[in-house]
Design a protein around this ligand. Structure first.
Ligand SMILES: [Zn+2]
Length: 109
């Protein structure tokens, strides 16, 4: 398994942008929780808080809805962590990561 620099990966994927791409309604730094079944009143206020500085999120109602941008995808999609990491890596098209991972690994022509 390759070691991916997760900090780097998270930095390259701002949480609010990722949330919007997954269809989460975000206004300012708050959004509608994606566990809709736990929030039966569709008109209730936004309970999802995004911390842009930390690139993290949490729902003030759901104890298990919180974490990093990777956790956001895992919880939203029901994916395993590896799949979420892969998705994020593809999202940034490997540009920075590839350079970091493969730089100096001796590319033969
Ligand atoms: Zn919630």
């Amino acid at each position: 398994m390759e070691e991916i620099d997760l900090k780097e990966l998270e930095r390259a994927n701002p949480i609010i942008q990722v949330a919007i791409e997954w269809g989460i309604k975000v206004r300012g730094s708050m959004g509608r929780c994606f566990k809709a079944d736990r929030h039966p009143d569709g008109n209730e206020e936004s309970t999802l808080f995004f911390n842009v500085a930390k690139n993290s999120f949490f729902c003030k109602s759901c104890a298990d809805v919180r974490g990093s941008v990777i956790d956001l995808i895992c919880q939203h999609q029901g994916w395993e962590r590896k799949k979420a990491v892969d998705w994020l890596a593809h999202r940034v098209e490997f540009d920075q990561l590839t350079q970091k991972l493969y730089h100096g690994k001796g590319k033969k022509k």
